[in-house]
Write a protein that binds this ligand. Sequence first.
Ligand code: 5GP
Length: 203
Amino acid sequence: MQIRKKKRGQLIVLSGPSGVGKSTVIAELLSQRRDIYFSVSFTTRRPRTGEADGVNYNFVDRMEFERMITDGELLEHAEYVGNYYGTSLKIIQEKLEAGIDVLLDIEVRGAAEVHEKCPEAVLIFIIPPSFEELSRRLHRRNTDSEDVIAGRLRKAREEYRQIPGYDYLVVNDKVSEAALEIISILCAEDCRTKNRIHLVDGI
Ligand code: 5GP
């Protein structure tokens, strides 16, 4: 049975500490839900090995990022471990209006800003099975210095305090299971009466 799609896309916010494996979970999720648009953020951080401009992030300098803030081009932005990160407002609006679901991978302050501006957004927080595992994963990634890793772990503790403000909590033990949990959440959100009420229009 073909179900008529809701009119507006769903805004999905995914947060979680750096190193939790969000990118891997997102890649798995997007391979199964090809209809979701992943928002490529703007950042002033330097590309890591293997990252490409326009794919993982749009890499810009601080001057350009500050211009975007001033010109109101960002839906949200935050400074995280010394770098700016932000989401393009125009692209998100266009996709949502076209009925396309949009996924944001953003940290907690940005997520709070999105929640305030778009209360209908679904907020999902992703955690590792334990804090020790998070530290192990950050070390295994082998991309950051000890100082940066320590900063990211401190930041993770702060971020955990914001978890009660999220709608859903997903544990990334196995990537496939974490992705499946997110797919289930999105499926449940699609089935909400408010997202399907158009199916009974005019009856
Ligand atoms: P990383 O440097 O590890 O790629 O990302 C650091 C943090 O920045 C992650 O928690 C990630 O979710 C967050 N982040 C990535 N893009 C954005 C964005 O556009 N806005 C905000 N607020 N955070 C972002």
